[in-house]
Write a protein that binds this ligand. Structure first.
Ligand code: ADP
Ligand code: MG
Length: 361
C-alpha cells in the first residue's frame, strides 16, 4: 500500500446497495421460504402449501388462501420498505401482531431472483400476475387465478454469483427448508401446512388446531405418542413460575406445549423447538431451560423433542433484534429460563418421568 494515497470514498449505486441489503434478509432458500410462509400466515391463510425444487435452489413456490392483493397492492408490495402491517416504530413498541413488519422481504427477494406473484383478493376482484427480475418489474397484468396468493421464486441468486456459490448441497439446503416449514407447522396447528420436495410430499398437517396431531403429521406416531403436555394452558401466576429478584410480576405469562418422554430422544438439539409469543426463536437459553428440567434423566448426548410456547408481555421481549428475526432479547432472561424449567419439570414430575430431586445446572 502506498501510504501517501488516501482511499477514495465513493457512493455505492442503488443496485449494489440493494444486493448487499438483500444478503441480510435472504441468505439461502430457507430464508425465502420463511419470509413467504410468514406473509401467508399474516394474510390469514387457512392452507399454505410449500413446494421446492432441488432444496429450493432451483425453485420455491408458496401458495396460500389468504386475503390476497389487488393489483395496486401487489405493485406496492414489491417496492422498497412497503408494508401494510405497521405505520411507525410506536406500533413495534406496542408489540406487533404480525410476523412481518419490515416491508423488505418481497423487495429483496425480487432483487436476487426471478419472482412471480399471482394473487387475487378474497371475496372478489380481478387476479393479478406480476413478475420481477433482478429488482425490476418486468410484467404486470390481469390473470385468472384462485383467491389467495402464489409466490414463485426461481433462480435464486442468479445475479449474485458470489452468494450462489455459498449455497450448500441440495440435501443441506432442503434440511434448512424443512426445519423452517416444520417450525411454522408446529406453531400454527390451526393452519394446514404442507411441504413438497421435488414433487414428493414431505409432510402435511391437517390444520385441526390440535398440537399433538400437528406433531403426528410432522414427526410421526412414535414421537407424537411419547409427548406429554406442559402447562395445560394454566397461567404462571399460580405458582408455576419461579420467583425472581426483579419484582413481583412473573417473567412469563405461560409456558405451554409438548415435550417428549426422556427416552424418546435424538442426537441433536434441533428437535427442541421453542417459540416466544408465537414466533420461533433459536434461543440457546430456552433449550437449556428445557434440558435442565430433565435433570439426569437424559442419556448423554441425547436430546428430547419439545414444542414449547412461551408467552410473555410484548414489552418484556424485543423481537426487533435482527433482520432474520430469529433472535430475541428478554428483559429478564434468567427469570424466563427458570419459569420454563419449572413448567417442564412440573409436567415431567406429574407424568412420573423424573424424580423430585433438584434440577441439574
Ligand atoms: P412485510 O411482511 O414486512 O410487510 P413483505 O415485503 O414481506 O413485508 O410484504 C409486503 C406486503 O405485501 C405485506 O405487508 C402485505 O401487505 C403484502 N403481502 C405479501 N405477501 C402476501 C400474501 N401472501 N398475501 C397477501 N398479502 C401479501
Ligand atoms: Mg413479510
Amino acid at each position: 500500500d502506498d501510504p501517501a494515497s488516501t482511499p477514495t470514498i465513493r457512493e455505492l449505486d442503488d443496485r449494489t446497495v440493494r444486493q448487499i441489503a438483500a444478503g441480510e434478509v435472504v441468505e439461502r432458500p430457507a430464508s425465502v421460504v420463511k419470509e413467504l410462509v410468514e406473509n401467508s400466515l399474516d394474510a390469514g391463510a387457512d392452507r399454505i402449501s410449500v413446494a421446492v425444487e432441488a432444496g429450493g435452489t432451483e425453485g420455491i413456490r408458496v401458495r396460500d388462501d389468504g386475503v390476497g392483493m389487488d393489483r395496486t397492492a401487489a405493485e406496492r408490495a414489491v417496492e422498497e420498505h412497503t408494508t401494510s402491517k405497521i405505520d411507525s416504530i410506536d406500533d413495534l413498541e406496542a408489540g406487533v401482531g404480525t410476523l412481518g413488519f419490515r416491508g423488505e422481504a418481497l423487495h429483496t427477494i425480487g432483487a436476487v431472483s426471478r419472482l412471480t406473484i399471482r394473487t387475487k383478493p378474497r371475496g372478489g376482484g380481478a387476479g393479478t400476475e406480476l413478475r420481477v427480475e433482478g429488482g425490476e418489474v418486468t410484467e404486470v397484468g390481469t390473470a385468472g387465478c384462485p383467491e389467495g396468493t402464489v409466490v414463485a421464486v426461481e433462480d435464486l441468486f442468479y445475479n449474485t454469483p458470489a452468494r450462489r456459490k455459498f449455497l450448500k448441497t441440495t440435501a443441506t439446503e432442503f434440511d434448512h427448508v424443512n426445519t423452517v416449514v416444520t417450525h411454522y407447522a408446529l406453531a400454527n396447528p390451526d393452519v394446514a401446512i404442507s411441504l413438497e420436495h421435488d414433487d414428493r410430499e414431505v409432510f402435511a398437517t391437517e390444520g385441526r388446531g390440535d398440537l399433538r396431531s400437528a406433531v403426528l403429521s410432522v414427526y410421526g406416531r412414535e414421537v407424537a405418542e411419547a409427548m406429554i403436555e406442559v402447562g395445560r394452558g394454566s397461567d404462571m401466576g399460580d405458582g408455576g413460575s419461579a420467583p425472581t429478584a426483579e419484582g413481583d410480576s412473573p417473567p412469563v405469562e405461560s409456558v405451554t406445549g409438548l415435550v417428549s418422554h426422556p427416552e424418546t430422544t435424538r442426537s441433536t438439539r434441533e428437535y427442541l423447538s421453542t417459540f416466544v409469543n408465537g414466533r420461533y426463536v433459536a434461543a440457546g437459553v430456552l433449550r437449556e431451560a428445557v434440558l435442565d428440567a430433565y435433570g439426569g434423566q437424559l442419556a448423554s448426548d441425547r436430546y428430547p423433542f419439545a414444542v414449547l410456547f412461551v408467552a410473555l408481555p410484548a414489552n418484556a421481549v424485543d423481537v426487533n433484534v435482527h433482520p432474520r428475526k430469529m433472535e430475541v432479547r428478554f428483559d429478564d432472561e434468567s427469570g424466563v429460563k427458570q419459569a420454563v424449567t419449572a413448567a417442564v419439570r412440573e409436567a415431567l414430575l406429574e407424568a412420573g418421568l423424573i424424580r423430585s430431586a433438584a434440577p441439574r445446572g
